[in-house]
Ligand binder design. Structure first.
Ligand code: SF4
Length: 339
């Protein structure tokens, strides 16, 4: 897996974990955008301050914030209101660290022009925050050029998807989100022909949880759809190139808000329909729901996924530590049931 070093950021990294934050917007303001899935997993940082290991605290939120707070290359942290744990995380950053933190309001409803306008105004507010940190207010041409650069890289990345194993593609996606760079596929990454196609759905994966791909591969499976919050489900929609040169900020907002199906949408029917179609289109034979202990959002919907999808579902609860023996035994039993 590609590594992102602290020195690369030179104290200029603006980090976030939400897919609703456009990397293009952060980059256009003169910072290094980094959507982190904690690829450089470091257990010491995960359990170090400011957020303690305790009941009720989402391990993913804790890990993300503790890693960011322990990285001297981080200039600011952006969180979103899409879950209560992250809202609380923003309070804790402000309480226990000196790192500037921006809490962006992302509307849960998505159907009306009003909520789209609200999201666009929140991007503007984020822009003011970045300028207050010493960033630059981007001109239209610069923003449009940065957006085209990112779009080109996303297309290059997606062009590799069919040929790569589920794990390789997931790592490349996470690397792109974290560094903005796309590496070429390697021969040994190729998808296994006779593997049992499965899909992941759920919370973001962190560094050590990428091992889940290997655990399933050991039982002859490949993950052909990664609909976790670090997977391809949360990529923005393609930009409207006709409007891009004249009104890039509006095009950016349109591609990032309401464009991908999310568990926090209200209503959130889109994600169930989207996943059902993925199962049908890809011949998926089983779904693995991956969620963290204390994550109400994903926990609340497991049974609905189970009922609406035409294939068996395995529910895995992670606590932020290594994948335990119990989870591995359940995976084995699930795979045996599919053979
Ligand atoms: S895993 Fe769940 S609780 Fe944790 S930050 Fe994500 S949505 Fe929130």
């Amino acid at each position: 897996m590609a590594k992102t070093t602290k020195t690369e950021h030179s104290g200029n990294a603006v980090v976030y974990s939400s897919p609703y934050i456009p990397a293009e917007w952060v980059a256009a303001h003169g910072f290094v955008p980094s959507r982190r899935s904690c690829m450089n997993y470091n257990r010491t940082l995960f359990i170090s301050p400011p957020i303690n290991v305790e009941a009720g605290v989402c391990p993913y939120m804790r890990g993300f914030i503790n890693q960011a707070a322990g990285d001297p290359g981080v200039r600011a942290i952006i969180l979103t209101t899409t879950c209560d744990q992250m809202r609380r995380g923003a309070d804790l950053i402000n309480l226990w660290t000196k790192i500037p933190c921006f809490l962006m309001h992302v509307p849960s409803s998505w159907q009306t022009a009003g909520v789209k306008k609200l999201y666009a105004s929140e991007l503007e507010r984020l822009g003011h925050f970045l300028v207050s940190l010493g960033g630059i207010k981007p001109c239209t041409d610069d923003l449009a050029a940065i957006m085209l650069g990112y779009e080109g890289k996303r297309e290059k990345l997606l062009a590799q998807q069919g040929a790569l194993s589920g794990k390789s593609f997931a790592e490349k996606l996470a690397c792109f989100a974290e560094t903005g760079e796309v590496s070429e596929g390697r021969r040994q990454d190729r998808r296994a022909h006779k593997a049992i196609p499965l899909g992941f759905i759920g919370s973001p994966l962190t560094g050590n949880h990428f091992d889940l791909f290997d655990v399933f591969a050991a039982y002859g499976a490949d993950i052909v759809v990664n609909a976790t919050e670090t997977g391809e489900r949360v990529l923005p929609a393609r930009f409207d190139v006709q409007r891009l040169k004249d009104e890039p900020a509006q095009v950016l907002a349109q591609s990032y808000f309401g464009a991908f199906p999310d568990i926090s949408d209200r209503p959130n029917d889109k994600i169930f329909k989207w996943m059902k179609k993925k199962v049908e289109d890809n011949g998926i034979r089983g779904i693995v729901s991956i969620r963290y202990v204390w994550c109400d959002k994903w926990h609340a919907e497991v049974e609905r996924f189970r009922k609406c999808l035409p294939v068996p579902l395995l529910d895995i609860e992670l606590n932020g530590e290594e994948i335990g023996a119990r989870a591995k035994n359940r995976i084995q039993a699930f795979m045996e049931g599919l053979l």
